[in-house]
Design a binder for this molecule. Structure first.
Ligand code: NAD
Length: 285
């Protein structure tokens, strides 16, 4: 039976650490502030917004919600972003994606200052991840996966890690961040040949494909750590599931994240960490 790597205790420790940093900032009259830009009312966005507001309250981060109608134009959204750029009291900005199809996401991302880009959407943030420089911030989910591994005291230096998925939001940044921590990374995707063998060779598997039951019993062996980033709605079961066939994998491996209750539970804390980092950076400018 595997140890469950739950997100809640990690989120709790992060929240306590951040609350102390917010207290220090408040002595200098600084309230770390996040702007959330939401276009339309997608249920996923609304649910993440609620979770972010709850976490922000616990940490002491102020939040300004900029909710725009789904019919908004690209110019409307960029005007909001430009206001956020110009507002010294706002330290970080989260733009919910995907934006409506009529809006060019790249143009919106290009409008945001990387220094306020707390969820890794700008080219500057992605360059920062690529080059290991402090430009912007990595996508929160990617950093949440790293945080959960490290806070669970799982050794990354020299470890063989198999990352399934190569998106800009998770797979690619996770792979680069793992390499920066001295892991040896194999990236797998839809064209990978013999995925089960690639997975069994790894000490740690990070799966972020959005395919329920992709990682099944044939992909794992004893002693491994499995990080399930996937969030999928299982229509038949009427519940959220990850990318792992949990009942096949959990009895074999050493450590595994549950879904829900794993990476997802850490993501909003990482968002708050980026806002507090951004407020501290601004205070030192
Ligand atoms: P995406 O669709 O952009 O990318 C999926 C990647 O998986 C692609 O690179 C693709 O090559 C790979 N892939 C797909 N099917 C595959 C297969 N059969 N074999 C091997 N590789 C395959 O998705 P994304 O935005 O990276 O999200 C991935 C998952 O993570 C989704 O389930 C999403 O809901 C979830 N997610 C979780 C959080 C969180 O906080 N836990 C946040 C964002 C996204």
């Amino acid at each position: 039976m595997a140890s469950l790597l739950r997100g809640a205790p990690v989120a709790q420790v992060l929240t306590e650490e951040l609350a102390r940093r917010v207290e220090m900032l408040s002595r200098h009259g600084v309230v770390p502030t996040l702007a959330i830009v939401r276009v339309g009312e997608r249920p996923d966005d609304l649910s993440y917004e609620r979770a972010a507001l709850k976490r922000a309250e616990k940490v002491g981060v102020a939040v300004q919600c900029c909710a725009l109608p789904a019919s908004s134009s690209q110019e409307d959204v960029i005007a909001v972003i430009e206001d956020i750029n110009a507002n010294k009291k706002v330290h970080g900005c989260l733009v919910f994606r995907p934006l409506p199809a009529s809006i060019d996401e790249d143009a919106v991302a290009a409008a945001l200052y990387p220094a306020k880009d707390v969820d890794g959407m700008t080219a500057g943030s992605l360059f920062g991840v690529f080059a290991g420089r402090r430009v912007g911030y990595p996508p929160c989910t990617a950093e949440a996966a790293l945080e959960l591994i490290e806070r669970s005291h799982i050794e990354l230096a020299g470890a063989n890690v198999c990352v399934i998925g190569r998106s800009l939001v998770i797979g690619k940044p996770v792979s680069l961040m793992l390499q920066a921590r001295h892991a040896t990374v194999t990236m797998c995707h839809t064209r990978t040949r013999d995925l089960p063998t690639r997975c069994r060779e790894a000490d740690i598997i990070v799966v972020a494909a959005g395919v329920p039951r992709l990682l099944d019993g044939s992909c794992v062996r004893a002693g491994q750590t499995v990080i399930d980033v996937g969030i999928n709605w299982d229509e038949a079961a009427g519940k959220l599931v990850g990318d792992v066939a949990f009942e096949e994998v959990e009895p074999v491996v050493a450590n595994i994240t549950p879904v829900p209750g794993g990476i997802g539970a850490v993501t909003t804390s990482i968002l708050m960490k980026h806002v507090v980092d951004a407020a501290e950076r601004a205070a030192h400018e």
